[in-house]
Design a protein around this ligand. Structure first.
Ligand code: HEM
Ligand code: MG
Length: 336
């Protein structure tokens, strides 16, 4: 195994131009893993993450800081959750796409006889009501979908701000995300009979809309233009003359974004029942429903069988997830 040690917080957290000369775009090869996250795909296409799309916990934390100025503990929670949900926590490796021959089955076949699926595998982390990927029950939940992106562009045209350069409505704003995210929910609630939008996925889904506004925007003025957004979503490359945000983006910032976007048309956690109605969940945890649903209910209880370095890593990663939420660690109880 490979022992995971959480690194100290870096002080390289100011504004800077990205990419630097050492990180040119290079299209992925046929065996390189890419998946449902435009942020990680972009980082791998520029070599901030290994270009094969297989990364360690620490590599992810460093890459999201370098490229997007994502704050250390938020990055640690996301990377830790990804590793536990869909990676190999014994070897400290997770695929940012699907199953990879470079990532073997966990020791003792904990979490099933199949190798870890990578973050593209539906459930636990990848979930419903994404912006530019379909629900797994409807279509392609991994790759960029033009039809969904076109829909997002319609919302920019309707609800965005006018660009000082073009005079057209092409600046992506909170209002755009408030309206688009609600429309996506309404569509999928009708189209997806097995829609799951429980506390964890619900908040991650709004969080990802907040990521777009807060991490894709140009750090020079904090505004997000349509071409810049398109560069990340469509081409998975950093745009020209782009600067990462000028201060670390942490969970408080993203939490505020989640509230602002969701509160315009509140959609509480829930799931579709067989008769097609959206049934709300009861509250589940006094510290944080989001934490409890993600890290306790969504992760396999079989991690309790890990020993040695593997067990140490599981404990380190669980602590990294709990830390961002300010909650005490509760060991996973998930069935699959
Ligand atoms: C979506 C993982 C960092 C932007 C996703 C998804 C996963 C993921 C599994 C798919 C969820 C779904 O929509 O079903 C991670 C991990 C990160 C990370 C483990 C480690 C820190 C970032 C960063 C950004 C970002 C730094 C932005 C710069 C997004 C966006 C989506 C997304 C915008 C939603 C895509 C869509 O709905 O079409 N991420 N992500 N992520 N991620 Fe990341
Ligand atoms: Mg999804």
């Amino acid at each position: 195994g490979v022992l995971i040690v959480v690194s100290p917080v870096s002080n390289d957290t100011g504004i800077k131009m990205v990419p630097d000369n050492a990180h040119p775009f290079q299209a992925p090869g046929p065996n390189d893993q890419r998946g449902p996250c435009p942020g990680l795909n972009t980082l791998a296409n520029h070599g901030y993450l290994p270009r094969n799309g297989i990364a360690s916990f620490e590599q992810i934390i460093t890459a999201v800081r370098e490229g997007f100025n994502m704050e250390h503990d938020l990055a640690g929670a996301l990377a830790g959750f990804a590793m536990l949900a869909r990676g190999n926590a014994f070897l400290d490796l997770v695929s940012i796409g699907g199953v990879s021959p470079l990532i073997p089955v966990l020791p003792g076949a904990i979490d099933g006889p199949k190798p870890p699926g990578g973050i593209a595998t539906h459930g636990r982390f990848e979930g419903d009501v994404s912006m530019t990927r379909q629900d797994a029950a409807i279509g392609d939940n991994v790759h960029f979908q033009d039809s969904l992106y076109d829909e997002l562009l319609l919302y920019v045209g309707k609800f965005g701000d006018n660009s000082p350069v073009t005079g057209n409505s092409s600046i992506v704003t909170t209002k755009v995300m408030q309206e688009f995210k609600f429309a996506r929910f309404v569509e999928d609630q009708i189209k997806n009979p097995v829609l799951q939008y429980h506390a964890g996925r619900n908040s991650l889904s709004y969080g990802e809309a907040a990521f777009v506004l807060n991490f894709f925007a140009n750090g020079t003025d904090g505004t997000l233009s349509t071409p810049v957004m398109g560069s990340f979503f469509r081409n998975q490359t950093f745009p020209d003359d782009w600067y990462r945000r000028s201060s670390p983006g942490n969970i408080t910032l993203i939490g505020q974004g989640v509230d602002e976007i969701r509160n315009a048309h509140p959609v509480p956690p829930g799931a579709n029942a067989p008769n097609g109605t959206y049934v709300l969940d009861a509250p589940i945890n006094s510290c944080s429903d989001v934490y409890f649903n993600l890290a306790v209910e969504n992760l396999p209880a079989s991690y309790s069988k890990a020993t040695g370095v593997f067990k140490q890593n599981v404990d380190t990663l669980l602590a990294a997830v709990a830390k961002a939420f300010g909650c005490p660690v509760i060991f996973p109880t998930g069935l699959s």
